[in-house]
Design a protein around this ligand. Structure first.
Ligand code: MRU
Length: 364
């Protein structure tokens, strides 16, 4: 996507041919900054501290982290250690494990001297494939939106509610849930996005709103609790969210609060679609609520909030009473029965084991 006229991906090989650059998402929306990753520790820290975040981007960055590790130490022990360090960064998005397993399977049979070059090539392939997957999800999702728009007066836009950030910043490019929105907008369909702020990290308010605004897509930021009210009043035509891990049976784990939106959508007959790239499907799991590890993060993400002050600086303030304990659960699971459909790169699937297996027979 373009930022101030220049095309950007979210992770790329730097001009020196070996270090890796990423958009520092902790600085958005107040500053657009690029961070340089030069070693395994730097790549792991970038994922852990959410300089990069979003399931597909976590996977791609981890793959480049393996390449950075192989550059300095390509022996079997270092390969195992790189996998261990990167795997420990974040527990919920399965794209991390998927990318590390793919890198390990590619590199292990090679002689150590050949591993660095192969690792960079495999990381680049993962990044390129993510772009193609997201673009395909965009096409399938756009067809859905086109179907909804057919026969409506142009004056009434399709209102899409999204949660967290599942746009291009969460992937290598295009996004998952927002890819259909970008394509629909580019093709002249009237779309408007309700953007959940997504406390506590505010990925909606700070990242989704920023992306949509840069692209010119009409949108409105709302507090996390507003969606149910809007649905009761017919102001949401479609919920469209991403996923950090989808079970083989169609349960969807996504940013905390997604489940409540799905419940409200179910109660109000609003279609609830999940943009689900195949690397975020965990074919080993069948019961998302019981089996998916839910990340718990530092309580300060909830008890403090950072924003821009009137004089243009940044300030962090505390919003809870001193001493009040804080629970910061980062994800929840939406059971498959609440999901209208999964928009994958191979088409839209029912959120069922049969539906997914029909599209991805190799997944079993
Ligand atoms: O904690 P984050 O910001 O990594 O969480 C991201 C999300 O929950 C996204 O919605 C999800 O990764 C799907 S993104 C394409």
């Amino acid at each position: 996507m373009k930022v101030d006229g220049s095309a950007y991906r979210t992770v790329w090989l730097a001009g020196d041919g070996w270090s890796v650059e990423v958009i520092d998402q902790t600085r958005l929306p107040h500053a657009f900054a690029v961070a340089r990753l030069t070693d395994l520790a730097g790549a792991a820290a970038a994922i852990r501290t959410m300089v990069v975040r979003g399931a597909p981007l976590i996977g791609a960055t981890a793959a480049y982290g393996m390449a950075l590790a192989m550059r300095v130490a390509p022996d079997d022990g270092a390969l195992r250690e790189a996998g261990r360090v990167l795997f420990a960064t974040r527990p919920t998005a399965v794209n991390l494990r998927w990318a590390l397993e793919r890198m390990t399977a590619r590199l292990t049979p090679l002689a150590p001297a050949a591993r660095a070059e192969a690792a960079y090539a495999e990381a680049a392939a993962i990044a390129d494939e993510d772009v193609a997957i997201c673009r395909a999800i965009g096409e399938h999702g756009c067809t859905l939106i086109e179907g909804m728009a057919a026969g409506r007066t142009p004056a009434r836009p399709i209102n899409i509610l999204t949660h967290c950030n599942a746009g291009w910043l969460a992937t290598v490019d295009w996004g998952t849930a927002l890819a259909p929105v970008y394509l629909a907008f580019d093709r002249g369909l009237p779309v408007h996005v309700w953007v959940d702020e997504t406390r506590p990290r505010n990925q909606g308010a700070s990242l989704t709103a920023w992306e949509l605004g840069r692209h010119g897509v009409p949108h409105t930021v709302i507090a996390d609790n507003v969606g149910g009210h809007l649905m009761q009043h017919g102001k949401v035509d479609l919920c469209l969210v991403g996923t950090d891990r989808t079970t083989a049976t169609g349960d969807v784990c996504n940013k905390i609060g997604t489940y409540l939106k799905a419940l409200a959508a179910f109660d109000n007959d609003v279609p609830f679609y999940v943009a689900a790239p195949s690397p975020s499907i965990d074919w080993r799991l069948r019961d998302g609520v019981r089996e998916i590890p839910i990340e718990e993060r530092c309580g300060r993400e909830l008890s403090e909030i950072t924003g821009r002050t009137g004089d243009g600086g940044l300030a962090t303030v505390t919003v809870t009473p001193a001493g009040s304990p804080v629970g910061n659960y980062a994800f929840d699971v939406t059971p498959a029965r609440l999901v209208t459909g999964l928009i994958t790169e191979r088409g839209v699937s029912a959120a069922t084991a049969e539906g997914l297996a029909a599209l991805f027979p190799e997944g079993r």
